[in-house]
Write a protein that binds this ligand. Structure first.
Ligand SMILES: Nc1nc2c(c(=O)[nH]1)N[C@H]1C(S)=C(S)[C@@H](COP(=O)(O)OP(=O)(O)OC[C@H]3O[C@@H](n4cnc5c(=O)[nH]c(N)nc54)[C@H](O)[C@@H]3O)O[C@H]1N2
Ligand SMILES: Nc1nc2c(c(=O)[nH]1)N[C@H]1C(S)=C(S)[C@@H](COP(=O)(O)OP(=O)(O)OC[C@H]3O[C@@H](n4cnc5c(=O)[nH]c(N)nc54)[C@H](O)[C@@H]3O)O[C@H]1N2
Ligand SMILES: [Mo]
Length: 888
């Protein structure tokens, strides 16, 4: 679907999963990592829905599904690509939906060449720089702007958010879908080799099982039925992560499942407000509301050029100027005027990839003085832990704000290299400031959760001792910085001197009101200070200020909408499940994105059973159970004239209003850096060659940081014959700051372990409950072995008898806290998906062997690890017994 909201969020909401006739969970351990939301999957199953879990491991999610499909980690595109092929070849796609709502009929220009023609790369690939010039992927006659393809490898990650969907010029289409260069035919050609047999050889999924899944998805899609898709970091954290998600989106679009009840794509997100921290980003290349960070290049030095660089003259993004000007007004207040471009010139401009890894490597190389680690534990949470800790050792200062004394604060004393005597604490010059942070119940504020819903929290109790909220800390730090620069005439100090910082303080701690921040985020009329009702009321003339346009409306009428707790008539089949008065979802309290697609081109529900939003001809407006995701009075028969601009360029039957052509993109002319269609690449580390593109192997434009302290097995080295993947347990949270510090959680999951299959265990002499060593190109760690049939050897490759074994390791452990153990991240390498620089944690190579115990100091708790409590065929009685004693 292109990248209309960049790293935005789910298209739907969890309660709506109950309406699905089938739920495909792939790249997500929903039952364990989102156990509360999982009830809606169970509700659907009670109502007869099929639940399919595609995962290298059989666990709690698989045990609750109607079908579990073991897959070789990192091969999801091959599997989904096979289903896409099957859907196209059997003409099982939802024809009316595909024809009207996607770009299937759009013709691509003749310079485009497919991977099938070029041995594994698309046209425009430059082997020198390892990047693509995307101009040959464009629509015929259409110019997709701001995708000039001029970029250096190091800077590529910031290009994604510009130009996606912004298209000018008339675009030819072939409504018969026969033209050899129309998108549907290009898809058909591209996936022609993804036969069931090829899927089985690449993924290790037998042909019958493949057909089973394909049949179930097709039977449960169309006018009367819908299938939902849930994914999480099993998909994202790969060198092809964004493309895996796109493969899922293409399949859901072909089956007509986007924007409809019981359909959609649920991105099951992470930390409590990780959605919020993408929306109001902690990312270096985005401004609030998915506005792209300006880049240091001639074309973006003035505000007008920056707005022009998006060239968004069609579709919703034509409002871009209103959002950036209102943001600058929120930040710089009265100092932001039309004459000074509202202070735009003072925003930093991106010069390269400044994501987390490059920043830490800069520290290793001696180019970073200090770091604030606030709610992050990079010493063990980030990959290549040894390199991360070397970065920490190379800084002058380090501020850690956390609930516990985490590994990032103790690396100088407790890290394995210090314990082993390789590094002496007295040689480390980093000055570490550990500051106690207030936890979520000890402060007020909002969380934006996985379905884009903002929910308010009150403060339940005062934080202990010196612990303070983030808001308190940032507020007082900013005030001190401002005091330091007060009166400065230096142009470079302008943004600090002129920062609009009006927050009042209260109580003995001088804590600001979180709601004042929310009011600014919502936006207000500059003259009166009155909150704006929504983003449609923002202006580009400096008369409004707004901290994040997509949140505009969260303080409509001056009322904190995120506080609302009215579930509504949940049992009401007429849409009560939408609960519009519970919290507030961006944008505009809309729970399901693109919901105009739940009606047919004429505006009627596709079926009575799947009714959601429809055109009320009498009233002359869109109506339904949710806030319509469409101009509310635009009739379905409105035809956009060729020369129309802005939202006028979107016809009444084009639901994907974030895209310049109003259509969902099966083929992405500009949105992505590694190809207009997803294609199967092996993970950067893989034990086998790429059966489709033996010459290319892994994603040719993935970001690789080739340096001696980051060695990678890029050659299927037989020393590393097994696939390594990592996962989560319900009982622990990420790398443990909030869970390995709690004795009762440690009792439930006492110890670092690894899951391996019985055949691999036997061949290595590893015993269930015994100790084993896991080794990769980066080093070795130790773990207790969980030998289990939940892990299965997979038959893959060319001949009979080629078997691959997978090793699955929870990533929760580290060297501090009440339960300590080796960190799997010490064995992972640094690499990045080209679009978003995300790390690889889900598909790597390793070997295992029996042996070595940790020192007594790291095994304070000696219970036998029992992994998770999915039914275990080998030890049927063991787990329920262990768990029941703790469950009361
Ligand atoms: N209890 C608990 N809940 C959590 C968290 C926690 O630590 N503990 N963490 C939170 C956070 S930060 C996040 S991001 C989410 C993450 O939520 P999830 O993504 O669900 O968590 P994971 O267990 O890391 O990975 C999901 C599944 O992907 C599978 N997998 C691995 N490789 C592949 C592959 O190549 N293909 C496919 N199809 N599957 C693969 C793994 O076996 C695993 O079952 O959970 C959140 N919720
Ligand atoms: N191998 C492997 N590595 C992974 C992953 C994987 O699946 N496999 N998953 C990745 C993912 S999805 C994630 S999200 C990361 C997580 O990795 P990190 O973010 O590095 O690790 P966390 O343990 O989540 O760190 C969050 C810290 O915030 C603290 N904290 C909680 N509340 C507050 C608060 O209100 N204020 C402050 N200041 N601190 C607070 C917690 O105590 C905790 O120590 O790990 C990534 N790394
Ligand atoms: Mo996460």
């Amino acid at each position: 679907m292109g990248t209309s909201f960049g790293r935005g969020g789910a298209t739907s909401f969890q309660q709506d999963l109950q309406n699905a006739d089938c739920i495909l969970i792939q790249g997500s351990n929903l039952a364990e990592a989102h156990p509360v939301g999982f009830r809606w999957v169970m509700r659907a199953k009670e109502r007869g829905a099929k639940v399919i879990h595609v995962d290298p491991r059989f666990g709690r999610t698989g045990a609750s599904a109607t079908q579990h499909v073991p897959i070789r980690a990192g091969t999801d595109i091959a599997f989904l690509g096979g289903i896409i092929r099957h859907v196209l070849e059997t003409e099982s796609y939802f024809k009316e939906y595909v024809l009207h709502y996607t770009n299937a009929s759009t013709i691509i220009n003749e310079r485009f060449a497919d991977t099938e023609d070029l041995g594994g790369v698309f046209s425009g690939f430059d082997p020198e720089t390892g990047t693509y010039d995307r101009s040959s992927w464009m629509y015929e006659g259409g110019e997709v702007c701001a995708s000039d393809g001029v970029r250096e490898h190091a800077t590529q990650a910031f290009d994604e958010h510009t130009g996606a969907g912004m298209l000018t010029g008339a675009v030819p289409r072939d409504e018969t879908l026969q033209h050899p260069r129309c998108v549907l035919q290009l898809l058909r050609r591209h996936y022609a080799r993804y036969t069931p047999e090829m899927v089985s050889r690449i993924c290790g999924i037998p042909e019958e099982q493949f057909h089973d899944v394909a049949r179930t998805l097709i039977e449960n899609s169309g006018r009367e039925r819908t299938t939902a898709l849930c994914y999480a970091v099993g998909w994202t954290q790969q060198s092809i992560g964004v493309q895996i998600i796109r493969t899922g989106a293409i399949l859901q679009l072909l089956l007509g499942n986007i924007g409809r009840p019981g359909g959609g794509i649920m991105a099951m997100r992470g930390h409590a407000t990780i959605q919020g921290s993408s929306d109001i980003p902690t990312l270096y290349d985005l401004l609030p509301g998915y506005l792209h960070m300006p880049r240091a290049r001639e074309e973006e030095l003035t505000l007008a050029d920056y707005i022009g660089s998006l060239a968004a003259d069609r579709g919703w993004w034509s409002n871009f100027d209103k959002y950036i000007v209102s943001l600058l007004k929120a930040w710089f207040g009265d100092a932001a005027t039309e004459d000074n471009d509202y202070g735009f010139g003072h925003l930093p401009k991106i010069t390269g990839n400044h994501a987390h890894f490059p920043t830490m490597m800069r520290a290793v190389d001696g180019g970073l003085d200090g770091l604030f680690a606030m709610g992050q534990n990079p010493a063990i949470g980030s990959q290549n832990g040894g390199l991360m800790r070397r970065a920490l050792r190379n800084m002058k200062w380090l501020v850690v704000r956390d609930l516990a004394e985490i590994e990032t604060a103790t690396f100088w004393r407790d890290a394995p290299e210090v314990q082993a005597g390789e590094v002496r604490p007295e040689d480390i010059e980093t000055e570490v400031f550990l500051m106690p942070a207030a936890a979520h119940v000890e402060k007020e504020g909002s969380f934006t959760q996985t379905q884009r819903m903002v929910q308010w929290r009150d403060k339940a109790l005062a934080p202990p001792g010196d612990a303070r909220s983030e808001l308190w800390f940032m507020h007082h730090l900013t005030k001190r910085v401002m005091a330091h620069y007060a009166g400065s005439e230096e142009p470079r100090d302008w943004p600090i001197v002129n920062l609009h910082w009006p927050y009042e303080e209260h109580g003995p701690e001088r804590e600001p009101h979180a709601e004042d921040v929310l009011r600014e985020i919502n936006g207000y009329d500059v003259a009166t200070g009155a909150p704006v009702p929504g983003f449609a009321q923002l202006h580009a003339d400096g008369s409004t200020a707004c901290g994040c346009w997509i949140y505009s409306g969260v303080m409509a009428d001056g009322v904190n909408q995120a506080r609302r707790r009215d579930p509504g008539p949940i049992e009401d089949p007429e849409g009560g499940w939408v609960s519009p008065e519970w919290g507030w979802a961006w944008p505009a309290n809309r729970r399901m994105l693109y919901n105009r697609a739940s009606a047919d081109p004429q505006g009627r529900p596709w079926s009575e059973r799947k009714k959601y939003v429809w055109w009320d001809a009498e009233a002359g407006r869109w109506t339904g159970y949710d806030v319509p995701d469409f101009p509310v009075d635009k009739p379905p028969d409105y035809r956009a004239p060729d020369d129309a601009r802005g939202m006028d360029a979107i016809s009444g039957d084009e639901p994907f209003i974030m895209m310049g052509d109003g259509r969902a993109w099966l083929f992405s002319p500009s949105g992505l850096l590694d190809g207009p269609m997803p294609t199967h690449y092996e993970p950067i580390e893989s034990p086998v060659t790429n059966l489709l593109y033996p010459e290319i192997g892994a994603n040719p434009v993935a970001i690789r940081w080739e340096r001696p302290d980051n060695p990678v097995n890029a050659t299927a080295d037989p020393r590393w014959p097994c696939v390594l993947t990592t996962f989560r347990l319900t009982e622990h949270h990420t790398v443990g700051g909030m869970s390995r510090t709690l004795p009762w959680l440690n009792e439930l999951q006492p110890q670092m372990f690894a899951e391996i299959d019985p055949v691999l265990a036997a061949s290595r002499g590893i015993e269930d409950g015994g100790w084993m060593v896991i080794a990769t190109e980066r080093g070795e760690i130790e773990a207790r072995a969980k030998v289990t049939e939940r892990m299965r050897p997979l038959r893959i490759g060319d001949g009979p008898g080629q078997i691959v074994h997978q090793v699955a390791v929870p990533y929760h452990w580290g060297y501090s806290g009440a339960s300590t153990g080796d960190s799997i991240n010490d064995l992972l390498h640094l690499s990045g998906d080209p679009n978003v620089s995300i790390e690889t944690t889900k598909a790597l190579t390793c070997d295992v062997r029996a042996g070595r115990r940790p020192t007594p100091a790291t095994s304070a708790i000696t219970n036998v690890p029992h992994g998770h409590s999915a039914p275990d065929r080998e030890h049927p009685a063991e787990q329920p017994k262990l768990r029941s004693s703790h469950q009361a």
